[in-house]
Design a protein around this ligand. Structure first.
Ligand code: ZN
Ligand code: ZN
Length: 269
């Protein structure tokens, strides 16, 4: 049984209204033992989009401390962030990561060259393959130029929003670029996460899909965290029973939790 959800949003994220307390209560109901809030910090997000991803980390930290105390003995709460990576933001993000006592940092690509795959316009006027490749190439750039994260978030996130979603998507069809990303992450000692949000977005797989998890393991990758990416309390730990089986079938015996940016390994059985 998986007892940690290390990818959760609350009302401190610009696209979420759920109180931190409700997320923690839901995690307790689901039998989770430790969870990490990973609020969005996405500077320089396209201004035409309605969301404000400029996280007020001081307010977030103050609220977190109150909650951590309130829930002590019932569940362990961890203080994290999901950084929206873009190559030109390296310096800003490095300073931000160092300015707060984060337990855990997810580095994620939510944009590729400033464009948002969440919007249909990202896919217009080109093939799905070109659009997916641009996303993965921009992920590789971020992996190359940035170090201040612990795991890379939802590696094949772009597939959630493609016109055909994962119908024509496989590791094999994109193995060159995916291998480069995975190898660089492993060389840098970075992990990946398995994010059940993919299953909530109409895919048959989490992000990334099983083949990519297997490949990461095969190349020597050992650091894997589990996250639901819940933006609603009822989505906490979403389909973690399925994730448990999937992770084992990918060749992992352990999952990882980060505290004070240090990994700790938990046996899956
Ligand atoms: Zn994300
Ligand atoms: Zn997220």
């Amino acid at each position: 049984m998986i007892i940690t959800d290390l990818h959760l949003h609350t009302a401190h994220s610009g696209d979420c209204d759920e109180p931190m307390e409700a997320v923690a209560e839901s995690a307790i109901e689901r039998g989770l033992k430790e969870i990490c809030f990973t609020e969005h910090y996405d500077p320089d997000f396209p201004p035409e989009e309605e969301y404000d991803f400029t996280l007020d980390a001081d307010a977030y930290l103050t609220h977190f401390k109150i909650c951590a105390e309130r829930f002590e003995g019932r569940i362990k709460l961890l203080f994290g962030v999901e950084l929206g990576l873009q190559p030109h933001l390296t310096e800003i993000l490095r300073e931000y990561a160092a300015a707060y006592p984060f337990d855990f940092i997810i580095g994620s690509s939510h944009l590729a060259n400033g464009k948002d795959p969440y919007l249909p316009s990202y896919f217009e006027g080109r093939s799905e393959r070109e659009a997916y490749l641009e996303y993965f190439e921009s992920t590789l750039k971020c992996v190359e130029c940035f170090d201040d994260f612990d795991v890379y978030g939802h590696l094949d996130y772009v597939v959630r929003y493609g016109p055909n979603k994962d119908k024509y998507f496989s590791y094999g069809a994109y193995s060159d670029i995916l291998d480069e990303i995975l190898k660089r992450l492993i060389e840098k000692g970075k992990g990946i996460e398995v994010n059940s949000g993919g299953l909530a977005h109409g895919l048959d797989h989490p992000n990334p899909r099983l083949e990519i998890l297997k490949r990461y393991r095969e190349l020597g990758g050992e650091i894997l965290t589990t996250g639901s990416d819940a933006h609603k309390a009822e989505r906490v730990g979403y389909r973690f029973d399925d994730l448990n089986e999937l992770i084992k079938s990918a060749g992992f015996e352990y999952i990882t939790v980060f505290e004070k940016r240090r990994p700790r390994f938990i046996s899956l059985d």
